[in-house]
Design a protein around this ligand. Sequence first.
Ligand code: FA5
Length: 340
Amino acid sequence: MDLQKEEILKELFLDLDKTENIEDLEKVKVKYLGKKGIIKNLMERLKIIEEKEERKKLGELINTLKEQIEDEIKNREVVLIKKLKDKKIEEERIDETLPGYPYNFGKRHILKLVESEIVEIFMRMGFHLSFGPEIENEYYNFEALNIPKYHPSRDMWDTFYLPNGLLLRTHTSPVQIRTMEKIKPPLRIISPGRCFRRDPFDASHSPVFHQIEGLMIDKDTSLSDLMGIINLFAKKMFGEKTQTKFYLSYFPFVEPGIEVAATCSLCNGKGCNVCKYSGYVEILGAGMVHPDVLKNVGIDPEIWQGFAFGLGIERVAMIKYGISDIRYFYENDLRFLNEF
Ligand code: FA5
């Protein structure tokens, strides 16, 4: 039987040279060493040789050839695995000269930044932080503040009522009552927080918005203390040149009630579309705490007087940064949020 060893090996080397990956190599393995492969075929042919010695000799030769083929395939496998690894390393190579990815740090929302700024100004004037619940009852939101049931002034605050007789607070003024119930005067507190009203969304109203309540109770506190403190706040918040205007207004829990407007910091009082060409923008409601409110919490109005104020944080932020529409605060548009 002619083994044709040299031809087989020559063909093997050609086949191995053509392999590019392990899958190709597997096919070569099957071709030479598989069940119907070249070696198996040689073994089958061996069976028809009758001469025992010749069969033995040829058998040994086939085995040597098989081992040689196995070795060559193994060698090629080592080469292919290295090639594969090198390719992977090349593909994953880090080019340290490329610019890095921009790292996006989270930041505080503009309303929180403005809130902190307002809180800091008042804390420097000796006010302390106080907090109250967002879900309130009628007593704290209205009655203790001199707004009895069916009183027409309740219409000033279009309220979200909850099924269990509770409500979402319409302003931060209930914190005045809760604080005076707990702390004896003299006291000075500010209370930031969320408020809720059935106000439809428009350029200056949101159904959810933020206020900061201020309350000071002491002996001999007067309207001029309130005016002095608000003036100082306006200058610190909007700039030293800021002027304020005080108007008489009505809130059932203060007497007298006032509203305060500050020169528009965008146009410096000259008039622009943000201040509707008046040069001034309303910043807060305030007044001297009504004696009946003091009585409701057991404070003697003959000894103690005080003032309270409530300002809208969105309104302050809009004036300070010239933002013409309150909806920007709530749309979560990163182009807007990243400006602050
Ligand atoms: C009050 O809520 C009174 N509690 C303020 C007060 C406190 C008066 C203490 C006297 C003494 P008013 O309804 O005007 O008042 O609201 C105060 C501020 O909250 C407004 O000037 C405005 O800036 C803001 N505000 C009210 N409603 C909305 C709303 N729907 N969206 C955004 N801001 C609002």
